[in-house]
Design a protein around this ligand. Structure first.
Ligand code: HEM
Length: 445
């Protein structure tokens, strides 16, 4: 009755109902099967075709509201930011990520964001030369005899090498032959750079499984997951100790180049805070960038006209392998077509396709209820609200009849987009690495 009265006073009407039979157990089973068959994103998109742009369903022990309405997404992430939190993300991700920017809410998150933000606005972040060696290692791994190879695997190695270089001041070197990698890893439980990459991937796979299990996340805690977490921690702790040591003995510091972790250690002596935030950034930045690079090459290989135009514009700006001109941030920004291509890839394959928040109080979202789906919908405290950026980016009413086609030229015709385009999230929790990742992928291309 309390919720009925609240909903009335907020002028809310019921949204369409999605599959909720038997406490949503069949719906959970169907999603799990789609995950196994690697078609879960299509499965989720089909649900919008069946139920509409905003719908509610019972999903295991949760009432779940799902939306692809830009107005609702804007409310969740910005205008009603205080009404929503990350829910159980902290508990689900804690074993690997601890208390960091990506897992915290409230005062803890504000503190972490305040601590990390200045590092992303520094000039050093614009230093593209750091990427040179890693790109060369990647090119060396590409077979030259025209045999086929998996470029996505190489991009995941590239982004691990470049992210660890940027964060720790030393790359783990997973693209190098084992004899050339850092001695640190040989002495650790992971034994090698590839071992570190594998442990990090295993730990992340379990985080995804815990996230899907929602409130029952604690059931997903096998020995393999616990071992992977401690292997990753051991390596990161080594770099944290080096940073704290060099803070205590500044005279022994070997060079003056900028290192993210050392700059952060200037503001805190807490080793756990440093480890947690380093891992939070590694997780936030590594897969997303590798995903974007992989998708970009996927589309370029299928759209030769786009590839030819893009290559021409890049060669005009920077020369080819014989006449190379230094690649700078400012010159990169001038290549408009490169931006259109990347925007279009991020539209069709956003690296974070689905996300959710949980209501911190009884509240409402602007649209989705009533017969025309234009009335506000009521959201109870504790209720989960999922938003699907992948499906929103493919809505024909927002993007035109060719919404599912790869056509970078659409950005030439209309470069301005609001909340219907959200690869980096929006509002106070907008991606901190947006600038950094843009440069990395441009350099990669
Ligand atoms: C194409 C590349 C990238 C994409 C598409 C992307 C996308 C996103 C998205 C959607 C979020 C919001 C997650 C949420 O709130 O639930 C996010 C947050 C974040 N991203 Fe990125 N990201 C990218 C690259 C990076 C890189 C390279 C870094 C760091 C070097 C980074 C650091 C972060 C951090 C620290 C957050 C958490 C912000 C906060 O909660 O306050 N990201 N990113």
């Amino acid at each position: 009755y309390h919720h009925y009265v609240q909903a009335k006073s907020l002028h809310c009407e019921a949204p369409p109902a999605g599959a909720s039979a038997f406490f949503g157990i069949p719906a959970f089973y169907r999603l799990t099967r789609a995950v196994k068959e690697k078609r879960w994103i299509d499965y989720l998109c089909d649900q919008f075709a069946i139920n509409g742009n905003t719908f509610q369903q019972q999903f295991l022990n949760r009432r779940l509201l799902t939306t692809i309405e830009p107005e609702n997404v804007k409310a969740i992430l910005a205008t009603q930011f205080q009404d929503f939190c990350l829910g159980t993300r902290h508990e689900q991700f804690y074993p690997l990520l601890g208390d960091g920017i990506f897992t915290l809410d409230g005062a803890g998150w504000s503190h972490a964001r305040g601590l990390l933000r200045p590092q992303f606005t520094r000039d050093q972040v614009a230093d593209l030369s750091m990427l040179d060696a890693h790109i060369n290692h990647l090119i060396a791994l590409i077979p030259k005899d025209r045999t086929s190879f998996d470029i996505q695997r190489l991009f995941f190695l590239l982004t691990l090498d470049s992210a660890t270089h940027f964060l720790f001041g030393e790359s783990v070197g997973c693209m190098l032959p084992p004899s050339e990698t850092t001695g640190v890893l040989e002495k650790s439980a992971v034994r090698s750079a590839q071992g570190f990459a594998d442990a990090f991937t295993t730990a992340q796979d379990y985080l995804a499984a815990r996230s899907r299990a929602q409130g029952l996340y604690w059931l997903v805690n096998p020995k393999k997951f616990r071992e992977a977490n401690s292997q990753v921690h051991e390596v990161v702790d080594h770099y944290v100790n080096v940073a704290l040591e060099s803070k205590r003995n500044p005279d022994k510091k070997q060079d003056d180049r900028y290192i993210f972790l050392q700059a952060l250690a200037a503001d805190t002596d807490d080793p756990k805070m440093l480890r947690d935030n380093m891992l939070n950034i590694l997780l936030a930045g590594r897969d997303t960038t590798a995903s974007l690079l992989s998708s970009t090459f996927f589309y370029l290989s299928r759209h030769p006209a786009v590839f030819t135009r893009l290559r021409r514009e890049i060669v005009e700006a920077f020369g080819d392998s014989k006449t190379s001109i230094e690649i700078t941030q400012t010159k990169l920004k001038d290549i408009q077509y490169l931006r259109y291509v990347l925007n279009e890839v991020l539209r069709l394959q956003p690296p974070v396709p689905v996300n959710f928040r949980v209501a911190t109080k009884d509240t409402s979202l602007p649209v989705g209820g009533g017969p025309d789906n234009r009335s506000p919908v009521y959201v109870r405290k504790g209720q989960m609200v999922a938003y699907n950026v992948f499906a929103m980016h493919r809505r024909t009413d927002l993007w035109g009849p060719d919404a599912r086609s790869f056509r970078p030229e659409r950005w030439e015709e209309n470069a301005k987009h609001g909340w219907e385009y959200l690869p980096f999230n929006g509002g106070p929790r907008i991606c901190l690495g947006r600038e950094f990742s843009t440069k990395e992928r441009e350099k990669g291309v």
